[in-house]
Design a protein around this ligand. Sequence first.
Ligand code: 6PG
Length: 240
Amino acid sequence: MIRDAQIFPDPKALTRAVADQSLQIVNDALRKKDLCAVCLSGGRTPKSLNEVWAREYATAMPWNQIHFFWGDERYVPPSDPASNYRMVRETLLAHVPIPHANIHPMLTNFERPEDAARNYEEELRKFFAQDPPSFDIIFLGLGPEGHTASLFPGSPALDEKEKWVVNVNVPAEPPTRLTLTYPIINQATNVFFLVEGAGKREIIRALREDPNDETSHYPALRVQPAGRLTWFMDAAAAGE
Ligand code: 6PG
C-alpha cells in the first residue's frame, strides 16, 4: 500500500520538491555527523533531479561531506550508455565539486558478477563500519511491473535476507545487473520513490490497491524502511 504520497502538478515541481527536501535532510544529518550517505537510482526521473542539483544546487550542497552510492547497476562498462554510473556522472558528478573519494560506483569489471556484488558489499561495509548501515537517503524509481532498483517480481533476490548486494538476471535490457537488497534498503533513514508520467498510472493504482507490504507481489511495496518512506509523484502518475 502507498501511505505517504506527495503529488505535484508536473515533473518540474516534483523535482524541485525532492531537491529541496533532500538538501534539508542532508543539512540536518550533517548537524549530527560528519558524512552523509546518499544512494542514487537509474531511470529518467532521477536524471532530472541530478540535472537540477547540478544547475541550481552546485553551491548549496555540502559536496565534500556527501558520499554517493548506487542502488543498482546494469552489468556493462562505465562508458556504456546503459550504465547508471555514466548517467549520474554526465548529469551531476561532472558538474559539481565533489571529491573523487566520495563517489562509490558499483564496479562492473569483474569476470563474474557475483564477485562484483561481493566487492560492493565490502565497499558498503567499509563505509558503514562505525555506523548502522543506514543510508540518509535512498532514491528509487518504479518500473511498470512494480520493480524497483533491479528487484523484479518473482526474483529470488526478493527473499535475500543476508547479503546487501546481489547479482540478478532480469527480464529487461540489459539483463545482468547488480542490486541492493531489502536487508540494506530497509535500514534507510529516508527512502524517496520518484514516479512520473501517465505510463506509471496503472502500476500506481495497483500499488495503492494492494493491502500487502513485505509480502506483496510488487517489489516496490516491499520497501518498508526503518525511517521515512515518501512517494513523490506527478499528477499524471497519480491519475489526477
Ligand atoms: C534501473 C533503475 C530502475 C528504474 C525504474 C524506473 O537501473 O533501471 O534503477 O529501477 O528506476 O525502471 O525508471 P524510469 O524512471 O526511467 O521510468
